[in-house]
Design a protein around this ligand. Sequence first.
Ligand code: ATP
Ligand code: MG
Length: 247
Amino acid sequence: MSVLLQAQGVDAGYKGHPFVRGLDLEVHEGEIVTLLGHNGAGKTTTLLALSGDMAPLAGTVSFLGQPVRSPLYRRARSGLAFVTEERSVFMHLSVAENIKVGAADAEKVCELFPELRPLLPRQAGKLSGGEQQMLTLGRALARPTRMLLIDELSLGLAPLVVERLMEAVRRAAADGLGVLLVEQHVEEALRYADRAYVMRRGKVVLEGPSTEIAGRVRELEEAYLAQGAPTDTDGAQGGRPDGSGVV
Ligand SMILES: Nc1ncnc2c1ncn2[C@@H]1O[C@H](COP(=O)(O)OP(=O)(O)OP(=O)(O)O)[C@@H](O)[C@H]1O
Ligand SMILES: [Mg+2]
């Protein structure tokens, strides 16, 4: 399987100060890869650098074998999509208009998520959180997307909705889509992913097949994930379940 997205020696951070350092990472065609780590480990920063939302301070990001420094909208045209916890829908536009603006085909979006069909005329701001994420994800998957970056798709959503969303991602991956998934729930993420990278304070400290990492999840939580004292903002961020497996 060919490499879709690759980071080589990437440093990324804010105001010229690298937080993520020496990042080497790759995602192949048809592969779901998860990026794990405690709050503030550098997962979102990594996705921003890989998506082109943030220029790396050092190193190279390559997409489809070519080093790229183009902004996200250019990469989007060549098949890179970034779905974030901030549901990137235009709240005042209808569902149908949101799909159009996203250069996607409404019929394809409704095939992926039939529950959106009766909602096409509705203002997107009046959808539930889960429906908004279906719209965001459906729009990305209904384009010729090759590589999908996901930052906390499941934040505040019911488990059944998350299951629906991830099932769509999994089917797309079976057709060749590459996925880099950031997800607060370690065990869930490892269940969906083929491979995992674990970050701690801006550095990848462990990588391997999900089955291998899953077997060490407890040890990992103690050794890597729990460190850095995750701030307990769960409630404030809208309904992260309290439980185990949350890093
Ligand atoms: N806009 C910003 N300006 C300055 N520092 C930032 C900014 N955004 C994040 N940081 C810092 O960069 C570091 C990495 O943050 P990042 O958002 O990548 O972590 P994360 O792994 O995504 O955490 P979480 O699980 O809480 O989403 C943290 O120390 C954070 O405080
Ligand atoms: Mg984050």
